[in-house]
Design a binder for this molecule. Structure first.
Ligand code: RFL
Ligand code: PHB
Length: 389
């Protein structure tokens, strides 16, 4: 069996790449370790940059997003009982779209299925062979049967725990990591969002975030201890803690209800360099992780997909390898800026175990500077809506 491109991982990066390539007549095989239901059961990102929206449009997968997504022209930042708004559209001319990653992935699966593009679910033992040669191949097993696929290129879109990054020898690969001493406890509930825009809150009790999926579905997060398990938090305890971290007038409006999902995500900054080894290209969480505080994970995955798609297109349409040669450098240049923003925004809003009274004053001074200073607001808005590709 031969496919021009083998894509390992059927998350948003892999599916978006598959669909963009398909639109240009470049066929691929997607290999996914889990079932489709499992992939669609993960509750993750909620904020889409314009760059990702444009790619979804090009992939022919943006109709529902434009119907059902919420255009957000700004966001709110709270500290104690204070709250201010940062206007993205005023500072950058660009809003963000609030539309769940689950829905993006669902739309991409639908498009893939409508196009008849092959996806193998529940694959095991995926191994990449000959990535540094001109004729790589991938082997895997499915339901006990072994398969071998030859290809021109391999896209490693298999997330942080995938095999693609591990295939790059340690002598070639350099990793950079920062692990944060806390996690986010997230709750999804069928309640109306507390506020029409997102609220990022710095409180003496720790960070909180009010987000949403639609008019009847809210997504809330609170900073929690790494030793907590979702089961340690009853719904009542979660709502009580969330309220204590929000300005009193916002807390007073919060509509609570049963959680329909509750999970804990640890916070991590991580980058691997290079993002290419021979004919293997890493995309998305396979190559880098950001703490979710700036909503950059999925959006940075999308910019990788853009650079790889552009490089592959040029290769198949004109034989040029220039885009593929430049892939790692171009993708990483943007990745590091997203890393910086997510690290900065996380540092501004969370409680750290070793924070001194001075450090706390610095957070408040920086929040007040941001509140009052147009240049700082503009820099924040440019990063939040997404730096140019
Ligand atoms: P994914 O989504 O992890 O998909 C990888 C896929 O590869 C499969 N896989 C394999 N398949 C075959 N063989 C193997 N050996 C395999 N190993 C793994 C996996 O089953 C999976 O289906 O990576 P991808 O596609 O790069 O997408 C990245 C995004 O999912 C991620 O960056 C975002 O969810 C991060 N993120 C956010 N990003 C944003 O841009 N905006 C947000 O608002 C935002 N909020 C968040 C987030 C992530 C969160 N968590 C839980 C980490 C909020 C949270 C709480
Ligand atoms: C979400 O809605 O899940 C969400 C929104 C903004 C973030 C992170 C997560 O920064």
């Amino acid at each position: 069996m031969h496919h021009p491109v083998v894509i390992i991982g059927g998350g948003p990066s892999g599916l978006l790449l598959a669909q963009l390539l398909h639109k240009r007549g470049i066929e691929s095989l997607v290999l996914e370790r889990k079932t489709k239901a499992h992939v669609l059961g993960r509750i993750r990102a909620g904020v889409l940059e314009q760059g990702l929206v444009a790619l979804l449009e090009e992939a022919g997968c943006a109709a529902r997003l434009h119907r059902e997504g919420f255009v957000h022209d700004g966001t709110c930042i709270a500290y104690g009982d204070e709250m201010f708004r940062l206007d993205f559209t005023e500072h950058t001319g660009t809003p963000v779209i609030v539309y769940g990653q689950t829905e993006v992935t669902r739309d991409l699966y639908e498009a893939r299925e409508a196009a008849g593009g092959p996806i193998a679910f529940e694959v095991e033992d995926v191994v990449i062979h000959g990535a540094e040669t001109d004729s790589p191949h991938v082997t895997y097993t499915k339901h006990g049967e072994s398969h071998r696929v030859s290809c021109d290129f391999i896209a490693g879109c298999d997330g942080f725990h995938g095999v693609s990054r591990q295939t790059i020898p340690l002598s070639v690969r350099r990793e950079y990591e920062k692990v944060y001493p806390f996690g986010w406890l997230g709750v999804l509930s069928e309640t109306p969002p507390v506020y029409p825009e997102l609220i990022y809150a710095n409180s003496p009790r720790g960070f909180a975030l009010c987000s949403m999926r639609n008019d009847h579905l809210s997504r809330y997060y609170i900073q929690c201890s790494l030793s907590d398990a979702p089961g340690d938090w009853s719904d009542a305890a979660f709502w009580q803690e969330l309220k204590r971290r929000l300005p009193a007038d916002i807390a007073g409006r919060l509509v609570t209800g049963p959680s329909i999902e509750k999970s804990i995500a640890p916070l991590r900054s991580f980058v691997t360099e290079p993002m290419r080894w021979g004919r293997l290209f890493l995309c998305g969480d396979a190559a880098h992780i950001v703490p979710p505080t700036g909503a950059k994970g999925l959006n940075t995955a999308a910019s990788d997909v853009h650079y790889l798609y552009t490089g592959l297109r040029a290769f198949y349409e004109s034989g040029s390898e220039a885009g593929l040669e430049a892939y790692s450098e171009k993708a990483l240049a943007r990745v590091w800026k997203a890393e910086r923003f997510s690290w900065w925004f996380s540092s501004l809003l969370h409680r750290y175990p070793d924070q001194s009274a001075f450090d706390l004053k610095m957070q408040i001074a920086e929040l007040e500077f941001l509140r009052a200073n147009t240049a700082a607001q503009r820099a924040m808005a440019e990063n939040y809506v997404g730096l140019p590709y």
